[in-house]
Design a protein around this ligand. Structure first.
Ligand code: ADP
Ligand code: ZN
Length: 517
């Protein structure tokens, strides 16, 4: 059987599983009967698509949503996976091509609309085609009492009996009655392995901080937790070594870990971490896959993770024993620039790069959140929780100010210099600082020169960082990282939208209030 993680990366382009996915993928791939209840948007499709690629033979997917099926088939084909659909929207040629591919055993995934199951003749054909798994999306459609009832769904049980293969059922509807009906009708009453897990890990405290002096920030976070087991994630291998050194100098037991180390050294570090109390491992994301230590008390990110999924997975290594655990994630404009350029310079096709930018935006939205972090995080995964009382923003609500005017000034500085400059130069213009570069370019003559004197340079830096976090501006790799305005910013520039920014993450070295009224 092929393993899941390389496929996750190479076929689907994801760097980490979402909460709950890994366990479900494993159970389905192993051929268990599975009932998985996940919130909408939680990433159900991957839980049958990935096992379909891991297993021999073809997986039949039954879904009531024709447009969605066609989308998934298209996306799979673009990723190089043989997939086809039998729906009422097919042309006769399409249908013929699907049957042919099935006969020639080329298909990995076959999507079928439920009404196609009414034609019994297809059962024999499917049996001969080597179907090895049935996946049922929107499984609650089998419930006669639900509002989504589809009479054709009642035939799925028959299909399972005829093919005698494992079945994986997915739904977002969790109530006990619906579950019972699904089990009775799809599994003939034989209890499947059930996955019903909220995504929340309420014992983990969530916190973000703007990078100021990252080494000092991590050292002081660790100092307050001396003697506890923790992980510090870094963006580069070199940084793991220097930071581990700094921690040792501060009197901690600490070692580094990254993919460039000898296998034997890595294994030793893993074993030490597993067995010792109070060791800190400073690592790249290579660390953690095989780690199953229940009492990791804290996880810190010295650099911004890759995506919101990666963030969730990495902080999720803390506090598996259910006792309180703490996290801290540092982020700054350099992280944003780095992550953006990694996406832009990657070889992925355009739509995948767009999706990667969107996932990065979700993480930046979490970093710049104004209210409860957990709400923001879980909403992204499809849940709708109350404020948690266990994150930095519940502890201390963010101080905010209306940043509309400041943002408009910044955008105008960007546009008047033709989107060719970085934050440093733009801030010089805004604050009326006539550097050589400003004078050489004649930027001291611009109408925007000095219009931002009411904020200090560090305050402007925080405003620019938040503008990047809100995806109002993006560094352009083809212009040496010069900041360019995005379409998201247009309504603000035109004064059709306003924006609230955090003022507490704005450094105030000169003690001027961040909020000007
Ligand atoms: P639903 O559970 O509502 O069927 P989907 O399967 O359509 O959800 O997934 C919702 C979104 O999440 C999709 O855009 C998908 O690309 C994305 N997604 C799923 N799994 C992952 C993952 N491991 N990492 C990043 N994005 C993911
Ligand atoms: Zn909270």
């Amino acid at each position: 059987m092929q393993s899941a993680v390389p496929l996750l990366r190479d076929i689907f382009g994801f760097d980490a599983f979402r909460p709950g996915q890994a366990e479900i993928v494993e159970a389905v791939a192993q051929g268990r009967n599975v009932l998985a209840i996940m919130p909408t948007g939680g990433g159900k499709s991957l839980c049958f698509q990935l096992p379909a690629l891991m297993r021999e033979g073809v997986t039949v997917v039954i879904s009531p949503l024709i447009a969605l099926m066609r989308d998934q088939v298209r996306a799979l084909r673009e990723a190089g996976v043989e997939a086809g659909a039998l729906t009422s929207g097919n042309t006769p040629e399409e249908t013929d091509a699907v049957w042919l591919a099935l006969e020639e055993k080329r298909l990995k995934l076959l999507y079928i609309a439920p009404e196609r199951l009414a034609a019994h003749s297809s059962f024999g054909m499917l049996k001969r085609a080597g179907v090895s798994l049935i996946a049922v999306d929107e499984a609650h459609c089998v419930s006669q009492w639900g509002h989504d009832f589809r009479p054709d769904y009642l035939r799925i049980g028959e299909l399972r009996r005829a093919l005698d293969v494992p079945l994986a059922a997915f739904t977002a509807t969790a109530d006990a009655e619906t579950q019972d009906e699904i089990i009775a009708r799809l599994f003939d009453g034989q209890a499947p392995q059930k996955f019903l897990r909220g995504f929340d890990r309420p014992n983990i405290h969530l916190a973000f901080a703007a990078k100021d002096n990252p080494r000092r920030q991590i050292l002081s976070f660790a100092a307050a937790r001396k003697g506890q087991s923790g992980i510090v994630y870094c963006g580069t291998r070199a940084k793991t070594e220097t930071l581990a050194q700094a921690l040792r100098e501060a009197g901690h037991a600490a070692c580094h870990y990254h993919g460039g180390m000898e296998a034997e050294d890595r294994r030793q570090t893993e074993t030490r971490f597993q067995q010792e109390d109070g060791l800190i491992v400073v690592a790249t994301v290579a660390f953690g896959m095989g780690i199953d230590k229940p009492d990791i008390r804290w996880v810190a990110h010295a650099d911004l993770p890759k995506s919101i999924e990666a963030y969730y997975q990495e902080i999720g290594r803390a506090g598996r024993d259910g006792a309180p655990a703490e996290t801290l994630t540092l982020y700054g404009p350099d992280d944003i620039r780095l992550r953006r350029s990694q996406i832009d310079e990657g070889l992925a096709p355009a739509d995948r790069r767009m999706a990667d930018h969107a996932r990065l935006n979700a993480l930046l939205g979490l970093a710049e959140a104004l209210e409860c972090r957990r709400q923001t995080l879980l909403r992204y995964f499809g849940e709708t929780p109350d404020p948690c009382g266990n994150c930095d923003l519940c502890d201390t609500p963010a101080a905010v100010f209306d940043g509309t005017l400041a943002v408009r000034k910044a955008l105008s500085a960007i546009l008047r210099t033709d989107e060719w400059f970085g934050a440093g130069h733009l801030i010089d213009i805004l604050t009326g600082t006539a550097t050589d570069k400003v004078r050489e370019r004649g930027h001291d003559g611009l109408p925007t020169f000095g219009v931002g004197k009411d904020y200090s340079k560090p305050q402007w830096q925080a405003i620019f960082r938040q503008m990047m976090g809100h995806d109002l501006i993006r560094p352009d790799p083809e212009r040496h990282g010069a900041l360019r305005m995005t379409d998201v910013a247009r309504p603000i520039l035109r004064d059709e939208a306003s924006i609230i920014l955090r003022s507490d993450s704005v450094a105030k070295p000169d003690r001027r209030p961040a909020v000007k009224t």
